[in-house]
Design a protein around this ligand. Structure first.
Ligand code: HEM
Length: 294
């Protein structure tokens, strides 16, 4: 039985940091992986930090070929959608996602991680995030309503026992900048048609438009995933960090293609009001696989 990294399912934390690293020398990927695997979280429960550690899928295949799920790839190319819409590829070599109860703990821990990896990797991208009105994203809508429960999330998010990479997960990390002025100029009814759900209570619309976000990402069509989206940014410049875990990369990549209008020709209306700035896939190995690296 392979144990998933606990941070994947550690809900309810109010401070997050996503650190994406670029390896300085590809030949030293094993040493790099063993430094990452040796990161020590604070042991106290109240001041604790949850970690999720992921590797660029091709890098993980080089490090532990036997634990690499077949066919999983990095976000290696831009996704070119209809009407000139682009989801950029900004793949890095590794991700350390930290979450905890307060930003000071995350801040100090993140600096320690960067310091420990100095000489082996540089920080390519850094994002911090925080919850907004309990469970809303910065569009004002409840985000996560159709997530599986924590009993079902492992089925949606983890590679099954017996498969290469068992207990691991494919993670899509994408930073989406909201076009705040345009979005907020829309009447609520129009925002609801774009999302496909009501704003106040997050009830799915009976006749949701084909270009609504929930129609373009319908899990009945693409399969279930486990989302941990969070708001990021400052007052003037902000958006959503999309964090999605899947047992099967195809579910995520097909959802992106669908949002970009590449499956039916209908582009997700939400993409007219939010712009992806980054895009990376990481393989998040099981605890046992990480422990073996030390
Ligand atoms: C700015 C970026 C995004 C925002 C603000 C956003 C927000 C939302 C909201 C408010 C919902 C409805 C409530 C819920 O079920 O959670 C939703 C549903 C969903 N979103 Fe997103 N989302 C974003 C990007 C994405 C991306 C990139 C994907 C996939 C790769 C995705 C996949 C889904 C899925 C699977 C659902 C549930 C669909 C269903 O009803 O089965 N979202 N999202």
């Amino acid at each position: 039985m392979n144990t998933p990294q606990a941070g994947i399912f550690a809900l309810g934390t109010s401070s997050h940091a996503y650190l994406e690293f670029d390896l300085l020398d590809a030949k030293s990927c094993k040493e790099f992986a063993s430094t990452i695997a040796a990161i020590r979280e604070p042991r106290t429960t109240t001041g604790g930090v949850n970690f999720v550690i992921g590797f660029r899928p091709e890098l993980w295949r080089d490090i532990v070929p036997a634990d690499a799920p077949a066919g999983v790839e990095g976000f290696n190319h831009d996704i070119k959608g209809t009407e000139g819409f682009v989801m950029p590829s900004t793949q890095h070599d590794a991700l350390v996602w930290m979450s905890g109860s307060a930003y000071d703990v995350i801040f100090d821990m993140a600096r320690t991680v960067i310091h420990d990896l100095a000489g082996q990797a540089t920080l390519g991208e850094e994002t911090s995030s925080w919850p907004y009105r309990h469970d809303r994203d910065l569009t004002g809508f409840v985000d996560g309503s159709e997530n599986p429960t924590l009993l079902d999330a492992p089925l949606a998010g983890l590679l099954p026992e017996g498969a290469p990479g068992a207990g691991g997960s494919v993670l899509l990390l994408q930073k989406w900048k909201h076009k705040v002025t345009e979005w907020e100029a829309l009447p609520v009814e129009q925002q609801e048609r774009i999302m496909g759900r009501t704003k106040q209570d997050s009830i799915e619309l009976e006749n949701k438009p084909a270009d609504s976000h929930v129609a373009r990402t319908d899990q009945d069509e693409f399969g279930n995933i486990f989302r941990r989206n969070m708001p990021y940014g400052n007052i003037d410049d902000h958006g959503t960090v999309f964090v999605g875990f899947s047992a099967d990369q195809k579910r995520l990549s097909r959802m992106l293609e669908s949002m970009a209008g590449l499956i039916t020709g209908t582009r997700d209306a939400l993409t007219r009001y939010t712009q992806p700035l980054t895009g990376s896939y990481y393989f998040v190995p099981s605890v046992e696989s990480l422990r073996n690296l030390r």
